[in-house]
Design a protein around this ligand. Structure first.
Ligand code: IMP
Ligand code: MG
Length: 176
């Protein structure tokens, strides 16, 4: 495992640009859901920053749930195998559910989660919201209903995204 220095990172999205995009997405979601109750499902650990910042713009009555999935090992590429570390959820029958992810890469994680929720609950609505979408890497057929930025096939860190657990705390998104 090679260590990356923060000084070696190139900035892809500055903190302000991320926050502006999230505010815009928040307004869009406020219009879509209006005053309907919403369950946000935060996929830990990568989505924690996005979920927190997005939720501050949302005006409908909402609840936050946290689950933990992992698919990346500790390297640069997706394993394609999804590991459900903790997937305990409340009763989502009849609820509006919005999954919050940091990035959709191969799509295995997203598909696993959507299938899991559809298998276990009859939600009123189930939508997928991702900060980033690496469309070019998709291996399974799944798309984000809402996303902020489409990205190329680069390994990204920052704003929740990690390399071997590091760099989640950066307020911007960078690449090596
Ligand atoms: P997927 O199952 O291949 O779509 O992978 C989704 C998960 O892999 C995301 O939720 C991220 O946690 C992680 N991931 C994908 N691309 C990157 C990246 O460029 N940097 C860091 N983590 C990533
Ligand atoms: Mg993730």
């Amino acid at each position: 495992m090679q260590m990356i220095k923060e000084s070696d990172l190139k900035v892809l999205f500055e903190a302000d640009r991320i926050q502006d995009a999230i505010e815009k997405l928040g307004s869009e979601l406020n219009e879509i859901y209006a005053d309907e109750e919403l369950y946000l499902i935060c996929v830990l650990k990568g989505s924690v920053m996005f979920m927190v910042d997005l939720s501050k713009h949302l005006k409908m009555p909402l609840k936050m749930e946290f689950i933990r999935l992992s698919s990346y090992g500790s390297g640069f590429s997706s394993t394609g195998k999804v590991n459900a570390v903790d997937i305990s959820l409340p009763d989502l029958n009849g609820k509006n559910v919005l999954i919050i992810e940091d990035i959709i890469d191969t799509g295995h994680t997203a598909k696993f989660l959507v299938d899991f929720i559809n298998l276990n609950f009859k939600a009123k609505s189930l939508k997928f919201c991702s900060l980033l979408d690496k469309k070019i890497k998709r291996e399974v057929e799944i798309d984000a209903d809402y996303y902020c930025f489409e990205v190329d096939d680069k390994f990204l860190v920052g704003y929740g995204l990690d390399y071997d657990g590091y760099y989640r705390n950066l307020p911007y998104i960078g690449y090596v």
